[in-house]
Ligand binder design. Structure first.
Ligand code: ZN
Length: 462
């Protein structure tokens, strides 16, 4: 098996160190709902993990939550709630979204705020070794002390520009980055040898990776946008602290999701949340959209491509249906398909090619069925290999008839409340339904509803 390593910019033979492949994937900063760009990265690493498990590896997967950060503090302040409450809420939302996308849970989900002692220990260690210095209650990493800084993002110090926040006065060098930030008034903070403060973003991932996976990990994953400065700094801190290189044997980075030519991001205001996407498409359809192209290439969000993925999933589902009377004398040979699937995935997780093999197998199954051949084994293989990529092949869930009747009654009651101008009660009904995963939308024709797993719209209570 070969994987493309960002560090060497080459495909390398994948040789994990032990029986268990250790994987660290950078998690989300929990201040809002996940968008489909986040989902893209987690779907890709989910497929990698499933494939490693299919190939007989044990996997230990650690993924953090950044639960203290400027974005969290600012949003919580706007909402008038404690920052950690906001983080809790969006951690719960993260699990809802990712479970709905059939993404396997990591084995450990460390949170920055629960790892403060370990973070402080590492910052102290770096200071003792001369890699870091305190300044006005903050601690910075002395970048020029680490001679190979820039090796992951392939930049030299000379042409590197500092993209850090403007704290130039406090730093010895503009390239230096914060390991520990002095507390500003009104912000959450923790006691430390340098006074009250909070950890920088990069150091939390070093602390968690080292704590849960050891000094040298097999795989570190994330989106391309994390290569610099986040992963460059993570590598620098970790290798400086432990004296062990490499900190990571294989750095894997996925291309980013774009809207037209722009990255999908909150600051650009062009987000599609996972919840919105799941109201329109099935989890399998979204997964096919993401895994259908190469993980290292950028992917452009488009409703047309997602529709096509949905249609594609339906073709796979049809081919895996169990039909009676298909036990002919001629047996469809599935082995060549299995081999080509493995070859594709062994070549740097070429999921696009692996999926093309699944579609060829589906076509062969359909043809062989028409010819009266036995497709039982081939069908099972199709289900198995689709499962290796995380496809459920299940139809999107529909509400049971009884639930639908009850929902119709609730929507009608809410309409009557609105007509009686009982807005508060009406909104309460809507909010509680939303909490239960049912979104109401008032239109000229009446109220429509959709569940997070249902692509179809229901309506009533005009
Ligand atoms: Zn990280």
């Amino acid at each position: 098996m070969r994987v493309f390593n960002t560090l060497s910019r080459q495909k390398e033979e994948f040789c994990p160190q032990g029986e268990t492949v250790t994987i660290y994937v950078c998690g989300v900063t929990v201040y809002d709902d996940c968008h489909i760009g986040h989902a893209m990265s987690y779907l890709i690493f989910d497929a990698f993990r499933r494939y490693l498990e299919f190939r007989g590896h044990k996997v230990k997967h650690v993924q953090n939550f950044t639960d203290i950060d400027d974005k969290i503090i600012n949003r919580a302040r706007k909402l008038g709630i404690p920052a950690l409450d906001l983080a809790d809420k969006y951690i719960a939302e993260y699990f809802k979204d990712m479970d709905a996308l059939n993404i396997k849970r990591a084995h450990v989900y460390p949170r920055a705020t629960e790892e403060i002692p370990r973070i402080i220990e590492i910052v102290q260690g770096l200071t003792a070794r001369g890699y870091a210095y305190a300044s006005e209650g903050s601690v910075y990493f002395r970048v020029r002390k680490f001679s190979t800084y820039g090796k992951l993002s392939h930049q030299s110090l000379d042409d590197m520009v500092s993209r850090g926040p403007s704290e130039e006065g406090k730093k010895e060098d503009p390239l230096d980055f914060a390991l520990w930030k002095a507390a500003k008034s009104g912000e959450p903070s923790w006691p430390s040898p340098w006074g009250e403060g909070r950890p920088g973003w990069h150091i939390e991932c070093s602390a968690m990776a080292l704590k849960y996976l050891g000094e040298s990990l097999d795989v570190h994953g994330g989106g391309r946008d994390l290569i610099f400065p986040h992963h460059e700094n993570e590598l620098t801190q970790s290798e400086s602290f432990t004296g062990v290189a490499p900190f990571v044997r294989y750095w894997l980075h996925n291309g980013l999701l774009q809207m037209d030519e722009n990255k999908m991001s909150k600051s650009l205001g062009n987000l599609v949340t996972v919840k919105q996407a799941l109201q329109r498409y099935s989890a399998d359809g979204i997964r096919l959209f993401v895994l259908g192209s190469h993980y290292r290439s950028p992917l452009t969000y488009s409703e047309e491509t997602l529709q096509a993925s949905e249609t594609g999933m339906e073709r796979l589902r049809q081919a895996t249906k169990e039909l009676k009377g298909t036990g002919g004398a001629v047996v469809l040979d599935d082995e060549p398909f299995r081999q080509r699937f493995i070859e594709s995935m062994d070549d740097d997780f070429n999921t696009g090619q692996a999926i093309a093999v699944l579609f060829e197998l589906a076509r062969s199954i359909n043809r062989a069925r028409e010819e009266g051949s036995d497709v039982t084994r081939a069908r099972n293989t199709l289900v198995e290999l689709a499962g290796v990529l995380g496809f459920t092949l299940e139809l999107p869930a529909r509400l049971p008839v009884e639930a639908e009747s009850l929902l119709r009654i609730l929507v009608s009651v809410r309409s009557q409340l609105r007509q009686a101008k009982q807005w508060q009660l009406a909104d309460k009904v809507r909010d509680q339904l939303a909490e239960a995963g049912i979104a109401l939308e008032d239109t000229a024709e009446g109220t429509e509803w959709k569940t997070s797993r249902e692509s179809r719209l229901g309506s009533g209570g005009a």
